[in-house]
Design a protein around this ligand. Structure first.
Ligand code: SER
Length: 398
């Protein structure tokens, strides 16, 4: 099943169940949002999850493009992408979590033909520290459907209560979630989602019960909402019998057109395809490279690509990218930027980076930088010469 068909099947299934489709068109969050890019389908819906009535009613469905930089270093594995699409559904104070899970199960098994034996669920076990009880309703739903279910604490609260740096999780609506996993291994399913990473998470159903405040406290929300998000490329890959998101149909043109241009090993091909595709989408949404904010994310993506490409051959240029590849991506995301303009910006950025590298090599050739570099050296090279640490490190390895 191709991704376009998958999107249609998903949206129609929920429209038949009273959901209205909302647009999930841009990566740029609404004004006033502190986050640089939309990171999940629910992101633009925050005011409605907190109680404001939505003009289209209480049941919504959409396809939202998202960008996550937190996963940048994981790109290249089988499941992480920088820009990806999330299929989402919402109940704004309407039906509850068990109905959402039941419909989700129906879509996956009857609608999309997934063998029920390849599914596993997880549910919230409750946490005395926050005074939030176990999600018994979801547990019973899964047990009734005969789907194996695992109980966890940290992994089944969305967004996580503790962030990656050990601080409180983000401010905003949150609650217990139930995640649906798909078995991606060759043999019969084994173990549980936390015990074997061949269980791939595809769909997260969050019952938003609380709002997290700046001091970390949880306050119950006036209405209970359900927020679900399904990773489109992950599910497409699994349905297409592929072991990685990079092998699903979304990446067909990249796999066809990039290798003849630049012969790359699989991990590099994945990184280059992911980052360039993401850069095209970000450019298509109107962002331009810069040294801060969104523009800097874009700049980093392009520089990471060039670092990989030039490691093997310094004559490789983004100007050689076929226009068709850029057009295919812009068309997929319904963006009306002109492919030639996108390529022009990528090429300008490449030239700027080439000049920076040249300066870096000159500076690093100075006698003061021949031995091991101190933290102070790294700061100086960054602040005075605009040379980021990873760039300095790779220049020193040349
Ligand atoms: N907000 C949840 C997530 O991003 C479900 O949509 O996983």
């Amino acid at each position: 099943m191709r991704t376009d068909h998958l999107i249609r099947t998903f949206v129609e299934y929920y429209e038949e169940r009273g959901h209205r489709r909302i647009t999930g068109s841009t990566l740029l969050p609404p004004p006033g949002d502190p986050v640089l890019f939309t990171t999940s389908g629910m992101h633009p819906l925050t005011p409605y999850l907190e109680g404001q009535p939505h003009p289209l009613g209480k049941r919504l469905v959409n396809v939202q493009r998202c960008l996550r930089t937190t996963d940048l270093d994981e790109v290249g594995d089988a499941t992480h992408l920088t820009v990806f699409e999330m299929l989402g559904t919402w109940s704004l104070g309407d039906y509850g979590g068990p109905r959402s899970l039941d419909w989700g199960y129906g879509l996956l098994t009857e609608g999309l033909g997934i063998a029920p034996g390849l599914l596993h669920a997880t549910v919230y076990a409750g946490d005395d520290r926050t005074g939030t009880g176990p999600d018994t309703d979801s547990l019973e739903l899964w047990q009734g459907l005969g789907v194996p279910v695992e109980r966890t604490v940290e992994d089944n609260w969305w967004p996580k209560s503790v962030d990656d740096d050990g601080g409180d999780g983000p401010v905003g609506p949150c609650g217990p979630d139930s995640e649906i996993f798909f078995w991606s291994g060759d043999g019969p399913p084994q173990s549980t989602p936390t015990g074997d990473d061949r269980w791939v998470e595809v769909w997260n159903h969050v019952t938003m019960t609380h709002r997290r405040h700046g001091d970390g406290s949880l306050v119950p929300l006036p209405q209970r909402n359900v927020d679900t998000g399904l990773g489109l490329e992950r599910l497409a890959a699994l349905l297409q019998g592929k072991q990685s998101v990079f092998a699903c149909d979304v990446f067909d043109p990249w796999r066809r057109l990039v290798p003849p241009l630049w012969p790359l090993e699989e991990p590099e091909l994945r990184l280059v395809s992911d980052h360039l595709r993401s850069a095209v989408v970000v450019l298509g949404d109107g962002v331009r490279p810069s040294n801060t904010g969104r523009g800097y994310v874009l700049r980093r993506l392009v520089r990471r690509v060039l670092t990989v490409l030039w490691r093997q051959d310094a004559s490789r240029s983004l100007g050689d990218l076929p226009e068709d590849l850029v057009r295919h991506t812009l068309d997929h995301f319904h963006q009306d930027a002109r492919p030639a303009d996108v390529l022009r910006t990528l090429l300008d950025e490449e030239q700027r980076f080439a000049r920076l590298l040249e300066r870096g090599r000159r500076v690093l050739a100075r006698p003061g930088f021949q031995g091991p570099l101190s933290e102070e050296d790294f700061h100086y090279l960054h602040d005075t010469h605009g040379l980021p640490r990873d760039l300095v490190t790779s220049l020193r390895e040349e």
